[in-house]
Structures are given as structure tokens and as C-alpha cells.
Design a protein around this ligand. Structure first.
Ligand code: FE2
Length: 377
């Protein structure tokens, strides 16, 4: 039983899929030091060196390192001089996700359809070519300064995109078993969640597959609301969070303050052996949010029998939740940059298509403890 073989719930059928999306093509992060960030993602997260573009390939204003792990591609980009749009983005937001690239069959058609349905243009369709063929890319804005780039690569056989060369290196740490992007969550301003829900419905034909209100996601002190948007084949899932009123400042407010606007909150990456993956990540220095060990005392009562050894889960801090279709295992890193903004989720699905609602309370209390330490609660 896995997300790849179990049938999708009925709700996905109402997505329009006028613009079929085959999957996430790449995620581009604007970071202040791409060379060091690349080393971190290789060493700590097990990504492999894939491609490079910069001074050596004729670029004058920026440098990008491309890393891969199974189907996940990360592009890490830094400016090479002052006054660039990339530099301004980093100055305002800190390190963060700029581009979520979507793999489509026809990037011109995708762009034209999205524009017809009310999108704001980021990049008109462009054809990029080299000796390995051609790629068409186009792009639209989503929340904040974040963008979606459509990538059409059916006529391309190169390593990544035209203009990039293979990144040859003797330093190749082993993969930790990350497979693909399961979902990617955006934080938007108070009162803006439904605006972006409608954007994904109208502009990309997505459907709202799940909703959580502040009754689902609240602790004694803080609350948030969330709606999950998906395309029809379920390969692209974008939950959208907004803060809700609480006694203290919610994690979404903290994010919006430090990111200075809406942006990507977390990237959830799938593994098919969460115990092995998380053991390896912890060995390599990745820090995770921890829930009190009492969580595990009642775990089996809550989720029933599971394949995994509960002592291993307790030791690693892995959370479990069950829905009608199966269960899932998940764990969240602490933010991976100085500002308390973006972080990663590691997820293993065993039939469940949901997002771990049963863990929200324990998790948000754990985040509040971190906020307390930062003085931002
Ligand atoms: Fe998530």
C-alpha cells in the first residue's frame, strides 16, 4: 500500500485538469550562499550533485547549483553582484523558495490558459536550446513573490536545462532515501486563504480536497486555518495556511513577519522507509521538532496496529496518524535558515491520503515551545 498504488479519493475527480501536470519539475531556492547551501543539502539531506550554471557557463549575475534525490530536484541560486532581483528577494525574505516548477506537456498552452483565467505573468514562454535539445518555460505568480514556472522538456535530453553543465565532483554523500515532493505548503496573510483557494481553482483547475478550521488546528494559545488544493492526478498538492485569532501569535504570523509576506512554509518529501531516512538525517545533524514522549504512550490506542516498532518511532520523534484509507508517518525539521521560516517534512504514506490532522495539536504545541524560546509567541 502506498500513495502510488492506492486509488485517490473521489474528491479529486472534480478537478478540471485542463492543464495536465505530470509532477514537480524542480524547486528553486534563492539563498545567500548557494555554494555552501549545496554542501549542506548534499551532506545533511543526501542530495546528489547534478548540474551547475554560473561564471564558468557564461552567466555574469548569478550562480546556481542543481541537486537531485530520486525525483526531487533542488536549484540553489545566489547573485554574483549587488542590486539584482535575486539579491533584493534574499534581502527581503531571507533564504526561501522562489520557484515551484511544474512539469507540463505544453508550457505555451499552460501559460496561455492560466493567463486567460486571470493569472499574473512572471515569464512569457521562452525556448531555450543547446546541443541536447530544447526546453520551453513560462511562468505565473502565486502568493507573495513566489512563482510557478511551467516546464516542457519532451524535446530535451540534457542533464537539467539548456545552459547548465554537469556538476562533476568527487564528494558524493549517499542518499537518505527521499523520493519525491509529496506536498508543498504556503502561508498567506490573514483573510487571504480563500482568495488563493479560488486562484488555484480558477487558474489551474485544482480542487479543494480537505479543509481544516481553527477548531481542528488550535492549541490553548494559537490557531491557524488550512485548505488543501490538488490537481486531478494528485501529484501536485498545495495546502494553504492562514493565521487565525488566538491568545498568542500563531506560527503563521511569525512566518509572515520574518518572511515579510506570504511564501512557502514547508516542503514535504516522501520516503518509503521513514525510520531509515530519519535515522540517517539525525546522524547527519538535521534537527527535528520533538513532541513529549507521552505521545507514544497512547499511540497504539489512537492509531491501532502499525508495522513499525513504536520504540524506534519514540526514539526518533516520528509521528503517526490514521485516516479511513490507511496511516501515515511524518516528522518536521526545525527551520533550515536563520529566520524562523521554511522547514521540511519527511512523510511516509501507508495508504493514507490525508495530512496528519491527529498530530496537529502535539505538533503546534511543539512549535509554540520553539516560538517561546525565540521570544515570538
Ligand atoms: Fe505537511
Amino acid at each position: 500500500m502506498s500513495t502510488l498504488t492506492s486509488p485517490l479519493p473521489k474528491v479529486y475527480e472534480s478537478a478540471q485538469d485542463f492543464m495536465p501536470i505530470n509532477g514537480t519539475d524542480y524547486l528553486e531556492l534563492y539563498v545567500s550562499n548557494s555554494k555552501q547551501a549545496a554542501h549542506f543539502y548534499k551532506t545533511a539531506f543526501g542530495f546528489q550533485s547534478l548540474a551547475y550554471a554560473g561564471l564558468e557557463t557564461g552567466l555574469k549575475d548569478r550562480e546556481s547549483y542543481v541537486l537531485a534525490q530520486d525525483k526531487i530536484r533542488l536549484v540553489l541560486t545566489s547573485p554574483l553582484r549587488s542590486g539584482t532581483d535575486i539579491g533584493k528577494h534574499i534581502d527581503k525574505h531571507g533564504d526561501g523558495v522562489k520557484v515551484t516548477a511544474l512539469w507540463v506537456d505544453d508550457a505555451t498552452y499552460a501559460y496561455n490558459e492560466a493567463m486567460k483565467r486571470g493569472a499574473t505573468s512572471y515569464m512569457e514562454p521562452i525556448i531555450e536550446e543547446d546541443e541536447d535539445g530544447k526546453v520551453v518555460r513560462s511562468g505565473i505568480y502565486t502568493y507573495g513573490e513566489t512563482v510557478h514556472v511551467f516546464v516542457e522538456r519532451k524535446d530535451y535530453n540534457g542533464i537539467f536545462l539548456p545552459g547548465y553543465k554537469k556538476w562533476e565532483t568527487t564528494y558524493n554523500p549517499e542518499s537518505v532515501g527521499l523520493k519525491f515532493v509529496d506536498h508543498m505548503v504556503g502561508n498567506v496573510e490573514l483573510g487571504k486563504m480563500d482568495y488563493w483557494v479560488e486562484f488555484y481553482e480558477k487558474v489551474l483547475g485544482f480542487v479543494n480536497i480537505l479543509s481544516f478550521d481553527d477548531n481542528d488546528i488550535s492549541t490553548e494559545y494559537t490557531a491557524l486555518m488550512s485548505k488543501v488544493m490538488s490537481n486531478g492526478n494528485g501529484r501536485i498538492k498545495f495546502p494553504i495556511n492562514e493565521p487565525a485569532a488566538g491568545i498568542k501569535k500563531s506560527q503563521v504570523d511569525e512566518y509572515l513577519d520574518f518572511y515579510e509576506g506570504a511564501g512557502v512554509q514547508h516542503i514535504a518529501v516522501a520516503t518509503d522507509d521513514v525510520v531509515k531516512t530519519v535515522t540517517e538525517l539525525q546522524k547527519r545533524g538535521i534537527e527535528f521538532l520533538r513532541v513529549p514522549t507521552t505521545y507514544y504512550d497512547v499511540l497504539e490506542d489512537r492509531v491501532g496496529k502499525i508495522d513499525e516498532d513504536i520504540d524506534s518511532l519514540r526514539e526518533l520523534g516520528i509521528l503517526v496518524d490514521r485516516d479511513d484509507e490507511g496511516y501515515l508517518l511524518q516528522i518536521f525539521t526545525k527551520p533550515v535558515e536563520p529566520r524562523p521560516t521554511m522547514f521540511f517534512e519527511i512523510i511516509q504514506r501507508k495508504g493514507a491520503h490525508s495530512f496528519g490532522k491527529g498530530n496537529f495539536k502535539a505538533l503546534f504545541e511543539a512549535i509554540e515551545r520553539e516560538q517561546e524560546l525565540r521570544g515570538t509567541l
